[in-house]
Design a protein around this ligand. Structure first.
Ligand code: HEC
Length: 195
């Protein structure tokens, strides 16, 4: 998203401090609340479309939900909300949309550390005001846990027809080999700050 992100509120590496600050701030921080609501909408729509597609056509058919619907829902939400909404990962499938920038990479890495230190995967999030060459922005990320339903396309053992369909669309796919509870990636949201 932003090539040379430079956090100005919270120093690099202070993720523990950040998460404590967040825990206190989240109830009365309207930007964070807005970001969380958008993520709930995004995740909810994706999950229900994915489940329905797997039930009716199996995982090969459902690939199109992830391939076409995920970016479409993200674009619709971005358009209607004024936030930039997307998903990124340290091991991405879609190298165009899913590659994290410098700030996102650091946050994803801090999520891995926090998970390894025992923090529950579904509580990993980070809010920060970041300044880069495009100006100041409020940025928010929330980890996406790997669930059972994800394994058909992101797990260690992927059925041959599914693997073939994925190979055809994503020759540089790195989003395989995940287990339930791993961090599959994160929702990433950004809103420009004007003042
Ligand atoms: C039917 C196959 C399928 C299933 C099941 C599936 N995914 Fe994916 N996933 C994909 C495809 C295909 C993409 C690439 C989408 C694109 O081109 O933007 C993708 C991309 C992603 C991305 C974006 C980052 C990246 O790697 O490009 C995330 C995050 C993600 N999936 C999480 C999940 C989670 C969490 C689940 C389970 C709740 C899940 N997926 C289930 C096929 C699947």
């Amino acid at each position: 998203m932003h090539a040379t992100a430079r956090p100005i509120l919270i120093a690099t590496g202070l993720s523990l401090l950040t998460s404590l600050t967040l825990a206190h701030a989240s109830a009365d921080d309207p930007m964070t609340e807005e970001a969380k609501e958008l993520i709930q909408e995004f995740a909810g729509q994706l999950q229900s479309e994915l489940k329905a597609a797997i039930q009716t056509g199996g995982p090969v058919q459902a690939i199109s939900v992830c391939k076409d619907r995920a970016p479409a829902i993200a674009a619709e939400l971005s358009e209607s909300s004024g936030w930039e909404v997307g998903r990124v990962s340290l091991k991405m499938r879609n190298t165009t949309l899913g590659t994290p920038d410098a700030w996102e990479t650091r946050v994803l890495e801090s999520f891995e550390t926090r998970l390894a230190n025992g923090q529950p995967v579904d509580t990993l999030s980070q809010a920060e005001v970041v300044e880069d060459d495009q100006g100041r922005a409020f940025r928010f990320m929330k980890a996406i846990p790997t669930q059972e339903v994800c394994l058909a396309c992101h797990g260690k053992t992927i059925a041959e027809p599914v693997a073939q369909a994925l190979d055809a669309h994503y020759p540089n796919d790195r989003a395989r080999g995940f287990e339930v509870g791993d961090i599959r990636g994160a929702f990433t949201l950004s809103k420009p700050l004007t003042e």
